[in-house]
Design a protein around this ligand. Structure first.
Ligand code: SAM
Length: 278
């Protein structure tokens, strides 16, 4: 098999910035990502963004089955060549954000997402699986380093935000490795990191996920305001009612949303649900 770069050149492929095309070629790094993801011969993998198929090929060697989405149909001849002989792989040409997720999941059964994600859709893709997936056991994704740090941040730090809290509802996130920009072709302007998120059922028990999402939106509505003021603005309630909600959640009246760890956001969500606000 020719080197990925020469296959791309031979097919006259030109990288498309609008699709976040920064490809990996280093086989040691690719194997390390597969290991980080905990892929075994029993794992079904959903890859997002096959690119030239370098990660797809490494996943194929370790997994039971790989289904890879790729938005750019001009990669079809490249992938036909790079994935030749990978019998357990299937490429679907389409936008993962427009996929019929329930139908796809019915096809996959239990699965893990593994991807070198296109930067421009990192958060929507991660949120899709956090909020809508039923059969997903976790995600191992390469993202911008700064985004990786946001995924794993502690409450009260500048990196802590709505996406951190959304991840905490479903599972645990950890950075498994940092990857310098020099490892990508073409080279992006930022460094990256691999984050592994393992889903744990009932990790943060809440009466209603919708109420938790509402609590998170409210907590990060305005970082300059107290949580009481954000509650007043978000739910159009009186100050007295806002203070009641905070007291029920065991949160101080002057607290700021971004200082609340996920467990406190879960208690706030239950208070919001109990008051019929979400
Ligand atoms: N997996 C390859 C690798 O590691 O070398 C390519 C990774 S590259 C960062 C991201 C890939 O995702 C690109 O091939 C791009 O065309 C594809 N892509 C971008 N947006 C997509 C979307 N919405 N759905 C599916 N694939 C997408």
């Amino acid at each position: 098999m020719d080197d990925i770069r020469s296959v791309l050149a031979r097919h006259g492929f030109s990288f498309k910035k609008k699709f976040g095309q920064n490809f990996l070629t280093d086989t040691n790094l690719l194997s390390a990502i597969v290991r980080d993801a905990g892929v075994t011969e029993e794992t079904t993998v959903l890859e997002i963004g096959a690119g030239a198929g370098a990660l797809t090929r490494a996943l194929s060697a370790a997994a039971k089955r790989v289904v890879a989405y790729e938005i750019d149909a001009s990669l079809r001849p490249v992938l036909a060549e790079t994935l030749a002989g990978c019998e357990n792989c299937e490429v679907v040409f389409g936008d993962i954000l427009r996929a019929d997720l329930p139908a796809l999941e019915a096809e996959l059964g239990r699965y893990r997402v593994v991807a070198n994600l296109p930067y421009y859709v990192t958060t929507p893709v991660v949120m899709l699986f956090l909020e809508q997936a039923q059969g997903c056991e976790g995600l191992t994704v390469m993202v911008q380093e700064e985004v990786a740090d946001r995924f794993c941040a502690q409450a009260g730090t500048p990196a802590y935000g709505a996406v951190t809290a959304a991840i905490a509802l479903k599972g645990r996130a950890q950075v498994t490795r940092r990857v310098p920009r020099t490892m990508f072709t073409p080279r992006p302007n930022v460094d990256s990191a691999v984050v592994r998120i393992d889903f744990e059922r009932g990790r943060l028990p809440v009466q209603s996920e919708a109420a938790y999402r509402a609590a998170v939106r409210c907590a990060f509505l305005s970082r300059r305001k107290t949580l009481a003021n954000n509650l007043i603005a978000a739910f159009r309630v009186s100050r007295e009612r806002a203070e009641e909600l905070l007291a029920e959640a065991g949160v101080g009246a002057m607290a700021r949303g971004e200082t609340l760890p996920p467990e406190a956001l879960a208690r706030l969500a239950d208070a919001i649900a109990a008051h019929g606000l979400a």
